[in-house]
Design a protein around this ligand. Structure first.
Ligand code: GRF
Length: 184
């Protein structure tokens, strides 16, 4: 079974997922797709022996990315810190095969512009005592697809967005690979 990951940034989730499936004989990460050739995720993938596919916006919303995906026959497409709107023609081609992870408890703290530190800062500003992660299917609206899994963590001891991010990342590392495994 083939897993493809889309990521735009650091790629610590991508790295963790690649590690998780490294010794699996039936499921593996076959490529990392990124819109940013300088992203750390691209170096990480290279180090771990996973090929990357780099593309620009025109190639994402045009034919290039779709045709690469069709070649790779993904059983699951995983968005892990992918910051561009996912194209509708790709969603339509792979129904129920595209998942995203969001670093908060949707439907709260989701939508356009709600990513990374912005999310964690908004959570702190609202004096929330807990936050969490949401793994969900991707549809044509940001962060609105059907929810697959949510996990919570207490943040009453957190003072900064970095501290919240740390706790959320721990949940992501623990639950995202497992959920991908189960979905496939
Ligand atoms: C994660 O917190 C994920 O939930 C969000 O973007 C972040 C990516 O972090 N969508 P990394 O690039 O995997 O380190």
């Amino acid at each position: 079974k083939n897993i493809v990951i889309f990521a735009s940034g650091t790629g610590s989730n991508a790295e963790n997922i690649i590690h998780y499936f490294k010794n699996n004989t039936s499921k593996s990460v076959v490529a990392v797709f990124s819109n940013n050739s300088n992203a750390k995720v691209v170096q990480k993938a290279k180090k771990l022996g996973v090929p990357s596919v780099i593309f620009n916006k025109d190639e994402l919303y045009g034919d290039f990315v779709l045709s690469k995906l069709i070649e790779l026959k993904p059983d699951l497409i995983v968005l892990a810190g992918f910051l561009l709107k996912f194209p509708e023609h790709i969603i339509a081609t792979f129904p129920n095969k595209i998942v995203n992870i969001h670093p908060a408890l949707l439907p709260n703290y989701g939508g356009k512009g709600m990513y990374g530190k912005h999310v964690h800062q908004a959570v702190l500003d609202n004096k929330e005592t807990e936050t969490g992660i949401t793994i969900h299917f991707v549809n044509e609206h940001y962060d609105e697809g059907r929810i697959i899994l949510q996990e919570k963590t207490s943040i009453s001891d957190c003072r900064t967005a970095e501290e919240v991010a740390d706790k959320v990342h721990k949940l992501e590392y623990r639950f995202f690979p497992k959920t991908i495994d189960q979905l496939i």
